[in-house]
Design a protein around this ligand. Structure first.
Ligand code: SOE
Length: 383
C-alpha cells in the first residue's frame, strides 16, 4: 500500500475525529493508500505535542506554512477554526498538496469560491468533511431515493437542534467558543448546523431554487474571551428557512442552539408519493421507512436496523445486529476519499460541491436580513 503523509492543522474536536479516521480507515477497508499521521500543526506547542503523542503523529509544527512547505507532506487536512480555512487551503493547493477541509468550507461563498479556484487551478484532489452523508442509514436513504422508491417527492423537512449556548454567562470567542464569534466563524448556526442539513438535502433531493428565512440572535451581548469585554454578538443563534427545491418539492430547515434538551438532534424526513423516509442522528443506526405499496393489513412504518452486510458500509464492520456510530462517518469519508484517489476519481463533496451549500446558506442569511425570498444560483452541487 502506498503511503500518504498527512499534515493536520488543528487539535480540537474535529482534529480528533479526523485523526481517528485516518488511523482506522485502512484497518477496516482495503485501500490503495495508507494515510500516515506525519505532522500535527497547532499554535500552542505544548498542547500540540501532547495531542501528537496521543494520536501517534511523528512530528509537531506550530507554523502551518512550514508544514505545507515540507516535501514530506502529501495531504493537508484543515481542522482549525473557519477563519483559517481560506489561507491554508490556498497555500496548500499552490504547494500541490491534496487538501481536505472541515465544513463549512469558507466563512461565506465568496471565500469558498477562492478556495475552489485554488484547488482546481492546481488540479489537486480535495474534499470537505460533510460527514453525515456517510452515516450508513443516510446512505441507504440515498439508495432508496435513487432507486425511485419514493416516487415524486413533495416534502423535505430537516432540523439540527442543540442547546449549549442558552446561558448568557457563556463568553464568545477563543478556544472552544470561536463558533460564537462571527469574525472567526462567519455565521452562527446557519454555517455550523444548517449547512449540514443543506448539504445532505441537496445530495438526496437535488438543487434548491429559492429560500425565505428568518434568523435571531437571542443574546445580544456576551463577554469576549480574549478581550474580557462585553461585545455585541453578531452570529445567528437560530435560523429557520423555507425552501423550494428545483424538483418542485417544498422544504423547511431549522437550526438552533436554544432547543433545551437537544444536544445534536439532526433529523430529516422526506415524503414522496409512494414512500417516506425519516432519520434521526440520536438513533443514527436506524432508518424509518414507510411504503404505501405494502399490503394493507401489515402496512406501517418500519424501523430498519442498519447492521446487515447488505447495508451501506456495514460489510466492513462487525456482524449483523451490532451497530456503529458517529466516528465511523469520518472513517467512511477517508475510505471513500482514498478509494477515489486510487481510481483517479473525485470523492464528494468536493470543494466545488461544498461551495454550492454556501450559496444556499448565504442566500438564507440574505433573505433573513432583507425579509425577502432569495433565488439561489444554479451550479454544480445545486442543479
Ligand atoms: C457544533 O457543536 C458541532 O460540533 C458542529 O460544528 C459539527 O459540525 C456538528 O456535526 C456537531 O456540532
Amino acid at each position: 500500500m502506498k503511503k500518504i503523509n498527512v499534515g493536520m492543522v488543528g487539535y480540537g474536536f474535529m482534529g480528533r475525529t479526523h485523526s481517528n479516521a485516518f488511523l482506522k480507515a485502512p484497518l477496516f477497508f482495503d485501500l490503495p493508500f495508507q494515510p500516515v499521521l506525519k505532522t500535527l500543526c497547532a499554535r500552542n506547542a505544548e498542547r500540540a505535542k501532547a495531542f501528537a503523542a496521543n494520536w501517534g503523529y511523528e512530528s509537531v509544527e506550530t507554523d502551518w506554512r512550514k508544514m505545507i512547505a515540507s516535501p514530506e507532506i502529501d495531504l493537508v487536512d484543515i481542522a482549525s477554526p473557519n477563519d483559517t480555512h481560506l489561507e491554508i487551503a490556498v497555500a496548500a493547493a499552490k504547494a500541490g498538496k491534496i487538501v481536505m477541509c472541515e465544513k463549512p468550507l469558507g466563512r461565506n461563498a465568496a471565500e469558498s469560491e477562492k478556495m475552489v479556484k485554488a484547488v482546481e487551478k492546481a488540479s489537486v484532489p480535495n474534499m470537505v468533511w460533510y460527514n453525515y452523508r456517510r452515516v450508513p442509514a443516510v446512505m441507504l436513504a440515498k439508495q432508496l431515493i435513487d432507486e425511485g422508491r419514493l416516487g415524486r417527492v413533495f416534502h423535505y423537512r430537516a432540523k439540527f437542534l442543540q442547546d449549549w449556548t442558552i446561558s448568557s454567562e457563556l463568553p464568545q470567542g477563543g478556544e472552544g467558543l470561536w463558533r460564537l464569534d462571527s469574525k472567526v466563524a462567519g455565521s452562527g448556526v446557519t454555517g455550523d448546523l444548517l449547512a449540514h442539513t443543506i448539504d445532505t438535502a441537496m445530495w438526496l433531493n437535488g438543487g434548491i431554487e429559492e429560500v425565505s428565512a428568518m434568523t435571531e440572535t437571542f443574546i445580544k451581548q456576551r463577554k469576549h474571551s480574549l478581550s474580557g469585554k462585553m461585545q455585541k454578538v453578531e452570529i445567528d443563534d437560530a435560523s429557520l428557512a423555507l425552501a423550494r427545491f428545483r424538483n418542485g418539492s417544498l422544504a423547511t430547515f431549522e437550526a438552533t442552539r436554544y432547543a433545551r434538551g437537544h444536544k445534536a438532534l439532526y433529523t430529516l424526513e422526506i415524503n414522496g408519493e409512494n414512500a417516506s423516509i425519516l432519520w434521526d442522528l440520536h438513533d443514527l443506526h436506524r432508518l424509518q421507512y414507510f411504503d404505501h405499496r405494502d399490503e394493507g393489513l401489515t402496512r406501517g412504518w418500519k424501523s430498519i436496523h442498519i447492521t446487515d452486510r447488505e447495508h451501506p458500509y456495514m460489510a466492513h464492520w462487525w456482524v449483523p445486529g451490532l451497530q456503529i456510530g458517529y466516528e465511523h462517518t469520518f472513517i467512511h469519508q477517508v475510505a471513500d476519499f482514498m478509494a477515489a484517489l486510487g481510481n483517479g476519481e473525485k470523492a464528494a463533496p468536493t470543494f466545488r460541491e461544498a461551495m454550492a451549500t454556501e450559496d444556499v446558506t448565504d442566500a438564507i442569511l440574505n433573505s433573513a436580513a432583507s425579509r425577502k425570498w432569495v433565488k439561489v444560483r444554479k451550479r454544480p452541487g445545486n442543479e
